[in-house]
Design a protein around this ligand. Structure first.
Ligand code: NAP
Length: 281
């Protein structure tokens, strides 16, 4: 598995498995399947309500803990230094581990500066090997990165062939921050899985549209965490290291960029209101 080196030297797999919208009933089986087919990076969050099931799968797995790379995210309702610190301990308890490999602020709302200070402390005390953010648009990202002691090592943002985050990635790179894609298939929106450009390029390489979509991001240095509850798709989504896209294929996919979210906007007051009222209990 290819890895990226984060700014503090920690190595992170460039491809992993995400468990958003994987139900608590299915999650342990899914993570066990993912580990069994070779995934080592698992991406969860307090707001996915499945940290405990991820923890069960980790505990039962034969793979040593140090070979796994576990990411979780602190939700807005746990924002602020004290509350975030307590929530980190709660996440570790649910994940049944002494440390996470990467800890992120899930959304840039609430007292996220306080949250970040708790995360810096977690990083210094060994509860997190690396820290970063998620869903930070360039304006808030720059502001945070300029005012904290430990620069965010990762920013996990919506990134797929229809919203490629080319400029945002350039901004992140100035701060030594890696871009991590959520929704690498845009959750199938815009008919991604039957897109003619991806189909044509896939047929040249004997690969599926899903594999081409992931390969494109990986060749740009983007960390990807595709989700599937089906073991054969989990396997398919990992088989992206035995081919390369050539320049004109990369250019054809670059031309699909609509530079806009297919999901939401932080500038939409109704969406912000929804986020602020989304509670964990
Ligand atoms: P995604 O990975 O873009 O798409 C998942 C969808 O694609 C599912 O419907 C899945 O169906 C289908 N699929 C997967 N592999 C396929 C294949 N090879 N062929 C055809 N269909 C396939 O969406 P996502 O789950 O939203 O994003 C991935 C991860 O990013 C999440 O699980 C989560 O860890 C993270 N995320 C983070 C945030 C954030 O705010 N930080 C937001 C969203 C997501 P089946 O499951 O039925 O196979």
């Amino acid at each position: 598995m290819e890895k990226v080196k984060l700014s503090n030297g920690v190595e992170m797999p460039i491809l992993g498995y995400g468990v958003y919208q994987v139900t608590p009933e299915e999650c342990e089986r899914c993570v066990s399947d993912a580990i069994s087919v070779g995934y080592r990076l698992i991406d969860t969050a307090q707001a996915y309500f499945n940290e405990e099931q991820v923890g069960n799968a980790i505990r039962k797995s034969d793979v040593p803990r140090e070979d796994l790379f576990i990411t979780t995210k602190i939700w807005i309702s746990n924002a602020g230094e004290e509350c975030a610190a307590a929530s980190i301990d709660e996440s570790l308890r649910k994940l049944q581990t002494d440390y996470v490999d990467l800890l992120l602020i899930h959304q840039p709302f609430g007292d996220y500066y306080g949250t970040y200070r708790a995360m810096e402390k977690a990083c210094r005390t060994g509860k997190a090997r690396a820290i970063g953010v998620s869903n930070f648009y360039p304006d808030r990202f720059i502001d945070l990165a300029e005012h904290v002691e430990i620069k965010p090592m990762v920013n996990q943002v919506e990134t797929h062939v229809f919203n490629q985050q080319i400029k945002a990635q350039e901004t992140m790179e100035k701060y030594g921050t890696h871009i991590m894609s959520w929704g690498p298939f845009a959750e199938g929106k815009n008919n991604l899985f039957t897109n003619p450009v991806l189909e044509r390029i896939g047929s040249e390489h004997g690969k599926s549209t899903a594999q081409v979509a992931l390969r494109y991001l990986i060749q740009r240095g983007v960390i990807v965490i595709p989700k599937s509850v089906h073991i054969e798709r989990m396997r398919q989504n990992m088989e992206v290291f035995d081919f390369s896209l050539i320049e004109n294929e990369m250019a054809a996919i670059a031309a699909l960029d609509g530079t806009k979210s297919l999901f939401f906007s932080h500038y939409d007051p109704e969406f912000v209101d929804f986020l602020l009222h989304y509670r964990l209990n």
